[in-house]
Design a protein around this ligand. Structure first.
Ligand code: 3HC
Length: 291
């Protein structure tokens, strides 16, 4: 099938985002910035305030850098509503779930939404590792379900991966692909396999960098410098590991190793121990580097 949008396209007006963490807040921001009425849900006021604060700060920084106009900032914020209730999502045409990577939590989220939303509403998951077909099968709308995988930092990274479950209908796929383009993103179609396209290639590279470091290849700084200055990567592997989160990388690696059983995906001992020690990267103040 062509990866260009054609044929039937559902009109999306209102978008729901479940989860206002690092990814959810970025997703809500780009949806609102693209002109959609956007409702973002968090479990409690504290998390919600933190997530909405992150969006406001990003927009303010954008204005200060001359990348966002004050009018665009204001219009984005007007289109964005935060909530702690599931009920507030009942009129959404499309709901993007960006909560913790836990199948039971996700299943509970879809079960609460399923009877509430309209028949045509599409569910999308931003999961980076769980099986989209399995997630779809836990809902009453497996044909109106897909994966939409964003990259961190969401407002800056141009790519999104569109993933079809075995059950995703052509109409849903085309609607989602067009929706991704309407956010100003470049979508690619990725298979429903662990890691999709990007993490399938990125994660073994990051794991290999840790293994090489464990084996004395060089200092963290020199390996990072090698890949930034030698290959033009925006971040070296250890800076990127700290940025993505060592726990997130460890989690994805384990899921990929479970599926493929190839040594390239096996988490190195150092990664496991750093996660166990709570050295998760930037978010914990200590990873391969100190913050
Ligand atoms: N609003 C609008 N624009 C902004 C902005 C803001 N608040 N903040 C920054 N920008 C713009 C800047 O003006 C700049 O634009 P320009 O290129 O036109 O000048 C651009 O964004 C880059 O910003 P900075 O110059 O401030 O920062 P850097 O040059 O250091 O880039 C980065 C930061 C984009 C994060 C870059 O380091 C990068 O691309 N890193 C790699 C990130 C990456 O690989 N992400 C994917 C991780 S994997 C993942 O997410 C998948 C998951 O499943 C694990």
């Amino acid at each position: 099938m062509s990866d260009q949008p054609w044929g039937y396209r559902m009109q999306i007006k209102t978008v729901g985002v479940v989860g206002c963490g690092l990814m959810g807040s970025g997703i809500a921001q780009v949806c609102a910035a693209a002109g959609y009425k956007t409702i973002v849900r968090e479990v409690d006021e504290t998390f919600l305030r933190k997530g909405l604060g992150r969006i406001k700060k990003f927009l303010e920084d954008g204005v200060a850098k001359g990348k966002v106009t004050p009018e665009a900032r204001d219009a984005t914020l007007v289109r964005l509503t935060g909530t702690t209730t599931t009920d507030a999502l009942k009129d959404c045409d499309l709901v993007i779930e960006a909560i913790v990577e836990n199948l039971d939590e996700k299943r509970r989220t879809y079960a609460a939404l399923d009877p509430l939303v309209k028949d045509h509403t599409i569910f999308l998951s931003n999961t980076s590792s769980l099986c989209i077909t399995e997630l779809a099968s836990t809902t009453k709308r497996p044909d109106r379900f897909g994966g939409l995988h964003f990259f961190n930092p969401v407002p800056l990274m141009k790519l999104v991966e569109v993933i079809r479950a075995l059950t995703t209908s052509d109409d849903t796929y085309q609607t989602v692909f067009t929706f991704a383009q309407s956010l100003g993103k470049e979508p690619i179609t990725a298979p429903d396999r662990p890691g999709f396209i990007v993490n399938r290639l990125l994660v073994p590279y990051l794991l290999d960098a840790i293994r090489a470091y464990e084996n004395g290849l060089g200092t963290l700084e020199d390996i990072d410098k090698g890949m930034t200055l030698g290959c033009g990567y925006p971040m070296g592997p250890f800076t990127l590991l700290d940025f993505v989160g060592l726990d997130t990388t460890y989690y994805i690696a384990n899921i990929m190793f479970d599926e493929f059983r190839e040594p390239a995906y096996a988490p190195p001992p150092l990664l496991k121990r750093m996660v166990l020690a709570g050295q998760l990267g930037r978010k914990s103040g200590q990873g391969f580097y100190k913050y």
